[in-house]
Write a protein that binds this ligand. Sequence first.
Ligand code: IMP
Ligand code: MG
Length: 191
Amino acid sequence: MSHDAKKNPNMIDQDDITVLIDEARIAARVEELANRIESDLGPLEGEITLVPIMTGSMLFVSDLIRRLKLPLRIAPVTVQSYPGTATTSRGAHLQTPIPEVLRDSHVVLVDDILDSGGTLSMLRRLVEAVEPRSIRACVLLDKQVERSHEVGCEYAGFEIADEFVVGYGLDHDGLYRNLPFIGTLQGLDDD
Ligand code: IMP
Ligand code: MG
């Protein structure tokens, strides 16, 4: 029996996934984003706090911060908008408090993907309320959709079409976050 003929049911089936952005392109773009953030924030006075929006941004933020040579703090928040197998946003819900440390800090919100805009617009509003020195947002992916929430985003890695993607932190029903690349899944129903 050939190696391919018998698939291990315990492994992610790579045939179900089409690579959209590979590891090398992600790494190169993360480096560019880090350089831009560094040159914008480096000259500023005051503390810098990155706010990763969990769970999707965990791989992105871990690569990004390793390329930033600025003194910075990390204050994650958790937002859920795509419960279970949903592939369209059900509205963003903040599941953790806004960290106190953001007051008086230069804040950079970091997310995996900008889609409807619900997550970033909610967080920008809530963070502004605690009076940071400044607030910026950085996403790896900018989905080309008509946003239901208009929101500014200072740094974006890649523009992608309106399709559901997984990998490099992004999930479907909690799975695929550990893929090192961004890909699309075959056979997904819009729900
Ligand atoms: P928004 O609130 O609609 O802008 O969506 C942002 C959040 O939805 C992101 O933080 C992701 O967690 C999730 N999301 C949006 N599009 C996708 C996708 O294509 N794959 C996986 N998660 C997504
Ligand atoms: Mg998210």
